[in-house]
Design a protein around this ligand. Structure first.
Ligand code: ZN
Length: 372
C-alpha cells in the first residue's frame, strides 16, 4: 500500500476491521503475538505437551510462568513469550478448585486480580506466604492463613473479608480451571481471536463504512471507493504536491485542477454521467457538492431508490470514472459520458442478475429498468 512518493494509507489503518474503516487485514506482528499467547496459556494451564513439560522442567523449574526471571541468554522465542505476560495477565482468570495450579500471588482467583499487584510486593512477607506458592500451599491446617484482623493495610483487610467468604480449595473439587478472555467472553479454552481482538488497534466505526462494505459489494469497486473515500487515489493535484513535475489538470476535461472531488463529482464529464445515472435511479438531477454529500446520500435511506441499488451503481460509477481517467492518461483511449453510461448500464444489469437470488437483490433488476 506504499509507493516511493508517499504512503497511500497507513498500515495500521488498513489493519482495522472493515466496519472501523480498514480493510480487515491482519497485522502480522500482532497476529504473531496472539499465537505466542497460546504458548503462554499452555504453560499456565499445564497442558500435556512435550514442549510444556520440557519448559516447565528446564526453564520454570520451581517457579511459575509469572514469577520466572527471563535470563539474558534465553532463546528469542522464550523472551517473546515471556514479554506477553502483562497481556496474558489481563486475559486469564482462575476458577479455584484444588488450588494446586493457581498461583496464590500471581493468578487472578479472587475479585482483586493478582494479589501481588493488589497487596504489593510486601505481601508475601506480611502474610508469610512465599511468592511462588500455589493457593493450596497457602492453606494451613485446613484454613486460610488470614491477614491479621488488626492490620492497617486496607488491601489486607479487604483480602481478609474476601477469604472469609471463599471456600478453601479441596482435592475433591477437581483441578483448577483457567479461563481465557475479558470478563464479557471468558472461555475455558484459549482463543487466538480473543487475543487478537484484545491487542489489535481499534477505531470508532465511521458512518461511511456501510457505504462501502455492504453485502453483495463488488470487491474491486468497493476497494476503489474505499481508497477514494480516504482521498488516497493518486489524482494529479496530489501527485503535484508530492513534487511530481506533471500537469495538475484533470485528465477528463483538461481544464480544472484534478482533485478527487473535481474528478468524480464536478467535472463536466462526470456531471453528465451522474445526470444519466440519477435519472435511472429515479432521482431528481442534482450535483454532489462534495464527497461527503455523496456519502451521506448513499447512507441515507430513501423511498425512491433501494439502498443496495444506490451503492452498487455509485461504486461502479466511481470505479469506471477512475478507469476512464487512467485509460486516457496511460492508454490514450477515451469514450464519451454516454458510452460510459451504456457500459455501466450493462455492468449493473450483469451484477444484479448474478445477485438476483441474494437477500435484498431480487427486485433490484426491475427497479433499474423502471426509469428507462
Ligand atoms: Zn475535469
Amino acid at each position: 500500500m506504499e509507493n516511493k512518493h508517499s504512503a497511500k494509507v497507513a498500515w495500521q489503518d488498513i489493519c482495522l476491521p472493515k466496519a472501523e474503516g480498514g480493510l480487515g487485514l491482519r497485522d502480522f506482528v500482532t497476529w504473531n503475538k496472539a499465537m505466542n499467547l497460546r504458548l503462554l496459556w499452555l504453560l499456565l494451564v499445564g497442558s500435556n505437551s512435550l514442549w510444556v513439560a520440557w519448559n516447565t522442567e528446564h526453564r520454570l523449574k520451581r517457579t511459575n510462568v509469572w514469577a520466572t526471571v527471563v535470563q539474558s541468554n534465553s532463546s528469542w522465542i522464550w523472551k517473546n513469550i515471556m514479554a506477553l505476560r502483562p497481556t496474558a495477565k489481563d486475559l486469564t482468570t482462575c476458577e479455584l478448585r484444588d488450588g494446586k495450579r493457581a498461583s496464590f500471588w500471581y493468578d487472578t482467583w479472587t475479585s482483586h486480580g493478582p494479589l501481588i499487584d493488589y497487596v504489593g510486593t510486601e505481601g508475601p512477607r506480611k502474610l508469610g506466604i512465599p511468592i511462588t506458592a500455589t493457593v493450596a500451599e497457602a492453606i494451613r491446617t485446613d484454613q486460610w492463613s488470614f491477614p491479621s484482623a488488626r492490620t492497617r493495610c486496607q488491601a489486607l483487610q479487604n483480602l481478609r473479608l474476601t477469604l472469609i467468604s471463599t471456600p478453601i480449595p479441596l482435592p475433591s473439587r477437581g483441578s483448577d480451571c483457567f479461563k481465557w478472555g475479558p470478563p464479557s467472553v471468558r472461555t475455558p479454552c484459549f482463543s487466538t481471536k480473543i487475543a487478537w481482538e484484545h491487542m489489535r488497534p481499534t477505531a470508532t466505526k465511521p458512518s461511511w463504512a456501510k457505504a462501502i462494505w455492504f453485502k453483495g459489494h463488488v470487491p474491486k469497486h468497493a476497494f476503489t471507493f474505499w481508497t477514494a473515500n480516504l482521498n488516497r487515489l493518486p489524482v494529479r493535484a496530489r501527485l503535484v504536491t508530492w513534487g511530481m513535475n506533471i500537469s495538475p489538470l484533470c485528465c477528463l476535461c483538461n481544464q480544472q485542477l484534478e482533485t478527487r472531488d473535481h474528478l468524480f463529482l464536478h467535472c463536466e464529464y462526470s456531471e453528465q454521467l451522474w445526470d444519466l445515472l440519477l435519472r435511472r435511479l429515479g432521482q431528481p438531477s442534482f450535483i454532489f457538492q462534495e464527497w461527503n454529500t455523496l456519502v451521506s446520500w448513499l447512507t441515507t435511506a430513501s423511498n425512491a431508490t433501494p439502498a443496495k441499488l444506490k451503492l452498487l451503481v455509485c461504486q461502479a460509477a466511481i470505479y469506471n470514472l477512475w478507469r476512464e481517467r487512467n485509460n486516457r492518461l496511460f492508454n490514450q483511449q477515451s469514450i464519451s459520458p454516454s458510452a460510459l453510461f451504456s457500459l455501466l448500464d450493462r455492468s449493473v444489469k450483469d451484477m444484479l442478475l448474478a445477485r438476483r437470488t441474494r437477500k435484498g437483490f431480487s427486485r433490484l433488476l426491475s427497479r433499474w429498468f423502471a426509469h428507462t
